[in-house]
Design a protein around this ligand. Sequence first.
Ligand code: NAD
Ligand code: AHE
Ligand code: ZN
Length: 375
Amino acid sequence: TQGQFITCKAAVAWEANKPLVIEDVQVAPPQAGEVRVKILFTALCHTDAYTWSGKDPEGLFPCILGHEAAGIVESVGEGVTEVQTGDHVIPCYQAECRECKLCKSGKTNLCGKVRAATGVGIMMNDRKTRFSIKGKPIYHFMGTSTFSQYTVVHDVSVAKIDPTAPLEKVCLLGCGVPTGLGAVWNTAKVEAGSIVAIFGLGTIGLAVAEGAKAAGASRIIGIDIDTKKFDRAKDFGVTEFVNPKEHDKPIQQLLIDLTDGGVDYSFECIGNVSVMRAALECCHKGWGTSVIVGVAASGQEISTRPFQLVTGRVWKGTAFGGFKSRSQVPLLVDKYMKKEIKIDEYITHKLTLAEMNEAFDLLHEGSCLRCVLDM
Ligand code: NAD
Ligand code: AHE
Ligand code: ZN
């Protein structure tokens, strides 16, 4: 199939909020600096649902969503040296070129090389898409588009991993689990003995709990409006629970009272701007740091009294947990293989590509963390 178009199945989002349709899609061969990957397993993340809902200012339709996956390189374009046919890989929505101003800064995991193209659903080389249906172009999403049996990604957006790692598990290292762990380890740099508050106990919040436990946090307070989340969260390291609905006091005041003045670190893992404010304001005066992980809809803005920052609280955000994707995703795979991080425990459902719409429905069910689709 090298150099040829491949026809395969993909879930196409034709319009915002309309059920995805399993279509026969033509996938063009990879051009210079591109890699065509056979996707074997993909999970769904709430960011896929967010873009599908039409609230993502970068959302374009029709497109092929999906960004948490694993697969095998089918073929590579001209000049691609770091991966070859047969390599096991995880597509990385956050690229790492190691050459751009951002990569070279040593201050961020964000990469500037292909971001302008991935934000508008095309490939850098010819500013076109590699997906089409009967000649009609279908946009890419986040530079990954993993809801397809074959996808084309930039070579800077693919991490080569241990070929013995189970792809049906390590696909989760494409987004959710690293985001939570890295928010703690790379962005906040939580120290042993810290008091941590986590707003939202989905996959991201639970991975934050796992990371905080590993960092030696003394108290890990989980906050969720769904009490059903609490039991499971204990296994990930949450030591105390608060359901804001069961209290009259504003949640920030309640947490300040519970912690002798506020928490050392808080993490917003929901995407709700009023919770982001509470997460900042429950931080301890002088040093408390709040990390925004949740993605808020187009048009939403955060606010607080500047006095909160004047008096030493710090407001930060994180993308992919601050991990450098191509360099560090393989190391996370190795950590999983050594049983140093969890993955299996986040997988609550398994379906197939044909059941994509059921998988989207599951995202809104409290019982579901990650649903992995066998392609
Ligand atoms: P999720 O829906 O599984 O979890 C969110 C949790 O928040 C749920 O348990 C829900 O009950 C709870 N919740 C909702 N409203 C609440 C409120 N007002 N107060 C307290 N709890 C509330 O989602 P997820 O997959 O864990 O993702 C969380 C967020 O992280 C999403 O916005 C997603 O888009 C974002 N995300 C960001 C990055 C990044 O790199 N920054 C990466 C992945 C996901
Ligand atoms: N297009 C969206 C951006 C959403 C967003 O912030 N995405 C996160 C990853 S979420 C993964 O589930 C991110 O990494 N952002 C940094 C980047 O380069 O996109 C919007 O709202 O505009
Ligand atoms: Zn995601």
